[in-house]
Write a protein that binds this ligand. Structure first.
Ligand SMILES: NC(=O)c1ccc[n+]([C@@H]2O[C@H](COP(=O)([O-])OP(=O)(O)OC[C@H]3O[C@@H](n4cnc5c(N)ncnc54)[C@H](OP(=O)(O)O)[C@@H]3O)[C@@H](O)[C@H]2O)c1
Length: 282
């Protein structure tokens, strides 16, 4: 099968189109014929040597969408469309390939109204968005600040917060054109940092009700998607499935590239900083 494999980790030129054996199905894994793979900043970090635990040669790609071919049982019958993320493209071969044996717990069915290309870019951003909102204690009626409206995580978390009844779901961008694009897409609480300071924008949108963070006993926490327990994953998948199915949230794809152009896709993501997810079609 065809795959885009990092032969080393010294930059774009190390990413090569190779022909490698199709993976075999083993216990707890489902063979997925991949139709599209999301392109995330983590792949760029790995390809640039910024993730020492990854070992070359390594097929990149931490998320994707496709069709079940074998091993899915009744939860994921043969022919069903699925999306997934997990340690693929990090500690084992990933989604920049024609087939992948995906662990059961890393899979979610794709709602009928969502195309594969959109679904491929959902898992990392939307799981991160849903879990972090939940860990931050977000409930309906709260005001939240969710930076980077054009970023995949920033956009997903803003859409989910709006869908779940935020009083204000405030986002940002450093780019004037992105601020205009955001407004045309209906995101009307975006602070354009090219013309306004963050604090001024938040005060304007909240009519000055931001009080001292000390009195709120605020804290800052780090988050790692792949360290979360199985029940957190299954709850988040379920929330996301229903939000997608009801079209309350709409994943945004900036641009697609064919598999052999994975290096250009990564370059585009990192250097052009587009609005929405970059996706490889396979
Ligand atoms: N901890 C975890 O488990 C976890 C999970 C998912 C993602 N992440 C991380 O979260 C970050 C966002 O992921 P993403 O998929 O949303 O990325 P993305 O789609 O590339 O978006 C990143 C956004 O950050 C803004 N930005 C500000 N300064 C930047 C800079 N110097 N270079 C590039 N972008 C900059 C950009 O918005 P403007 O152009 O408006 O400035 C851009 O839209 C990444 O670092 C990713 O690795 C972590």
């Amino acid at each position: 099968m065809r795959a885009m494999r990092a032969e080393g980790f010294s930059g774009y030129e190390d990413l090569k189109l190779v022909d490698i054996p199709k993976p075999a199905v083993s216990d707890g894994r489902v063979l997925v014929r991949i139709t599209a793979a999301g392109v995330t900043p983590l792949e760029h970090t790995i390809l640039s040597g910024g993730y020492p635990r990854a070992k070359a040669p390594l097929v990149l790609g931490g998320e994707g969408a496709g069709v079940v071919e074998e091993g899915g049982g009744t939860a994921f019958p043969v022919g069903s469309r699925v999306m997934f993320t997990g340690p693929y493209g990090v500690s084992e071969n990933g989604a920049y390939s024609e087939w992948l044996a995906v662990r059961n717990e890393n899979l979610c069915l794709i709602p009928d109204n969502i195309e594969d290309v959109s679904a491929a870019g959902v898992p990392v951003a939307y799981l991160t968005a849903q879990m972090t909102l939940s860990f931050a204690g977000f409930v309906k009626g709260k005001t939240v600040l969710l930076p980077a409206i054009g970023g995949s995580v920033g956009n997903a978390v803003t859409q989910i917060a709006k869908a779940q009844g935020a009083k204000h779901a405030i986002s940002t961008t450093t780019n004037h054109a992105k601020a205009q694009q955001a407004r045309s897409l209906g995101f009307n609480e975006v602070i354009d940092l090219s013309v306004e300071k963050l604090s001024d924008g938040v005060r304007r949108i909240t009519a000055g009700d931001v009080t001292d963070l000390i009195w709120k006993r605020a804290s800052m926490k780090s988050f790692s998607l792949f360290s979360q327990p199985a029940e957190v994953w299954s709850t988040a998948w379920s929330v996301i499935f229903h939000l997608l199915q009801s079209s309350v949230v709409k994943p945004i794809v900036a641009k697609t590239f064919p598999l052999p152009e994975a290096a250009n896709a990564l370059r585009y993501l990192v250097e052009s900083r587009p609005f929405g997810r970059v996706v490889l079609t396979i």
